[in-house]
Design a binder for this molecule. Sequence first.
Ligand code: FES
Length: 63
Amino acid sequence: MAKKNELCSCFKITKKDVKDHIKAGITSYKELQKQTDIGTKCSSCKKKTKKKFKKYRNKLGAN
Ligand code: FES
């Protein structure tokens, strides 16, 4: 079962993981995929995680 904070259960990526990557300077979902493989297995989380990524980036990201 997916944990509450897990965004991508295939790779066990949590909200915090995504936020930490943004804080570390990631600016695009593609970059996030390169580093974490998020959304690249079953891809069922892709739509959701893309949205979340954008939301967090607007909040936490540079510029
Ligand atoms: S849940 Fe993210 S790739 Fe499967």
